[in-house]
Design a protein. Structure first.
Length: 183
């Protein structure tokens, strides 16, 4: 009789252990949400340009419950890209500069990329950006996750800021960035 109780108890322990193992593996099979999972972009577009520099714009929205930080962006349309902001240089002139710390898309909120404000800066265009074409971008977040989006190229006149390059050699001798263009 002791053998039967021992066997039943052993089987009960094995069944309990298998049940717990099943719960653990079910939970571990679910991937944790990434910053890229909660961020989308709408109304994306890129300024047409023959060469040199351009910029990409749109509305970034974060449906998550934590802030998402964009640390970089890349595109085959450009040999170098930066996250930029437009600020007053202290003399009343508006200048563009790289945004330290990246772009923060607030939890449950949005961040607008627009001429005269935050934008994805394309430097060293690999080919002309012609109105009607499209450009594809890869956005990298602080947690290492990425998001891709494609944006149409559009003609745009306006946002006549200077580029505050901090002594950077802009490969085509550009010391300032004219965001204006011909329609």
């Amino acid at each position: 009789m002791n053998t039967r109780i021992s066997t039943r108890f052993g089987l009960l322990l094995v069944a309990a252990a298998l049940g717990l193992a099943g719960c653990a593996s079910a939970g571990s099979g679910t991937a944790a949400a990434t910053e890229a999972d909660s961020v989308t972009i709408t109304d994306a577009w890129v300024k047409a340009a023959d060469s040199g520099m351009s910029a990409a714009f749109g509305e970034l929205e974060n449906s998550g419950d934590t802030d998402a930080t964009i640390v970089s962006v890349s595109s085959d349309a450009s040999s170098m890209m930066e996250l930029h902001e437009v600020v007053d240089d202290g003399t009343g002139s508006m200048v563009m500069q790289e945004k330290d710390g990246g772009f923060i898309v607030p939890a449950g909120g949005s961040l607008t990329l627009e001429p005269g404000g935050y934008h994805f800066m394309l430097m060293g265009l690999t080919a002309p950006l012609v109105a009607g074409d499209e450009a594809t971008f890869t956005v990298t977040f602080e947690d290492g996750s990425t998001m891709e989006f494609t944006a149409p190229v559009k003609d745009f006149t306006g946002a006549d800021e200077n580029y505050n390059g901090g002594g950077m050699d802009m490969d085509e001798g550009h010391s300032d960035m004219d965001m204006g263009g011909d329609e």
